[in-house]
Design a protein around this ligand. Structure first.
Ligand code: AMP
Length: 195
């Protein structure tokens, strides 16, 4: 199973990624988590990424693509993976296509988690209190939502055109949303498609 999980900041991607990846027995690969681990470890990658993350901007495509290519080359991703927070730009879509093509692999589905913008801000501010993430401040949250709308939201149309997109309402209890995702994936794979 090769899945992507997309959605605006605060939609609950990380929580759902863990649940869905476990369900399919594949690793959840979160670019945000890998960047944060590198920031915490003071690695060269972390130093580069931090400047962008703290401002609510995307880390440059070349840096992000190279990091994902390395991670997907690890043995645990051979039978599948769930990518959380990647791709986020059209250039990353192309880079991922090339990585998969090299391996003779293809995506099975792309889940888009949707949520009302006011609810997103509310959740992110709550997370700021609970986790103290550096990029969960008011101004940076607003910037991250804008960057998502400009750079990442258009990817949904791209994957919908490939008949891979399942759109799911991210509002509700964690289990409820997870069930919705599984149901959406089941109906997507039951749909007659020409790939
Ligand atoms: P996340 O935890 O997914 O919200 O990601 C946190 C931050 O990491 C983002 O605001 C970006 O600065 C950076 N980041 C994560 N994934 C990507 C990506 N695919 N492309 C560029 N930057 C990313």
């Amino acid at each position: 199973m090769r899945l992507l999980l997309m959605g605006p900041p605060g939609a609950g991607k990380g929580t759902q990624a863990a649940a869905i990846a476990e369900r399919f027995g594949v690793p959840a690969v979160s670019t945000g988590d890998i960047f944060r681990a590198n920031v915490a470890g003071l690695t060269p990658l972390g130093r580069t990424a931090r400047r962008f993350m703290d401002a609510g901007e995307y880390v440059p495509d070349e840096v992000t693509n190279a990091m994902v290519a390395d991670r997907l080359a690890e043995a645990d991703c051979d039978a599948g993976f769930l990518l959380d927070g990647y791709p986020r730009t059209l250039q990353q879509v192309t880079a991922l296509d090339e990585m998969l093509e090299r391996d003779g692999a293809a995506l099975d589905a792309v889940v888009l988690l949707e949520a009302d913008p006011d609810e997103l801000v509310r959740r992110l501010l709550l997370r700021a209190q609970q986790q103290g993430r550096a990029d969960d401040t008011d101004a940076v949250i607003r910037r991250r939502l804008d960057v998502y709308a400009g750079e990442t939201a258009p990817l949904a149309a791209e994957y919908d055109g490939r008949r891979l997109l399942a759109t799911v309402d991210g509002l509700g209890a964690v289990d409820e949303v997870a069930q919705r995702i599984l149901a959406a994936l089941a109906s997507l794979s039951a749909r007659p498609v020409s790939r």
